[in-house]
Design a protein around this ligand. Sequence first.
Ligand SMILES: Cc1ncc(COP(=O)(O)O)c(C=O)c1O
Length: 356
Amino acid sequence: MRDYCINGRPAEGIIDLRSDTVTQPTQRMREAMASAPVGDDVYGEDPTVRRLEELAAAKVGKESALFVVSGTQGNACAYLAHTQPGEEVILGQNSHIYGYEVGGLARLGGLMARTIDDSDGIIRPEQVTAALRGPDLHFAPATLVCIENTHNMSGGRVMEPGDIKALADTVHQRGLKLHMDGARVFNAAVALGVPVTELTEPVDSVMFCLSKGLSAPVGSILAGSKEFINRARKFRKLLGGGMRQVGVIAAAGIVALEEMIDRLAEDHQRARRLADGLAQVPGVKVGQTNYRTNILLIDVEGTGLSAPEFSRRLKKVGIWINPKSATTLRAVLHRHIEDSDVDKVIEVFQEIVVGQ
Ligand SMILES: Cc1ncc(COP(=O)(O)O)c(C=O)c1O
């Protein structure tokens, strides 16, 4: 396989649309990392981590925040801190927490998952009400609901502030907590053109990733009340996430929050350009969404090729797009993708379809 990165930049000729996690740290991040003041963060003595956590908490309008290794670890700390083993968590059947976090709910939390239909990226109050089974002696008590914004597997769909508020009201009236897997919550806020606090205010906790479209090399944030974050901090330690002079990494996270949010709009605009172009290719259908963020689901069934085969043909010419199912590819726009790359991808799709 060809080296993907050369001198910290994506290799010439490869258009990598597998994920926004492939983004490289910016020059400003590298400089901030090199000069970050640090200390032992397990003793709470790393000034750069503290700065990041304060900045992050303020950004999403919460009392406190915790710097964690990954989105998966942040979500795990959240469900561990919100629940007791033997309880039930209500969440989408296509959600990342349920499907792509190694069964941590069961393995780490001793939790039952009660899944509901989130195929359009949204969980509605009536679905939660229907999923709640009440206090009968036989039932595991449900204590937590999780939502995902933007919603990865439905093509980056956005859950809007009004829908989150309505859900939170129902969840709270029934005495449960609401956690948001907001790995890409800044994409949602930018797409809507609202402050991210409009999305995060109604939820009890939110996790978001610094390492995806925001381009930091490592790390995510979990935010919530002081008391919740104190509990989550203990679970982070349990999971082996107590890091020492980790300000060297947190420094990049500060740059991510200060400089990299607004530019997500460019990724969304290129996602639209790609969606519009691919829609003209015979047999190709691009999934509709309420707002175009940075993820596209591309149905290639009508081309006569399976998605894995389509993906293989794209890869031969340096375009990396993963299949999501037998019929659908998932493309993710990010900082290293230019307009000319988008045009090239559209052209190659045309060639593959016409040439087979
Ligand atoms: C919606 C969502 N949540 C959580 C995660 C987990 O993040 P990480 O890869 O940092 O563990 C991802 C990663 O792709 C994601 O897309």
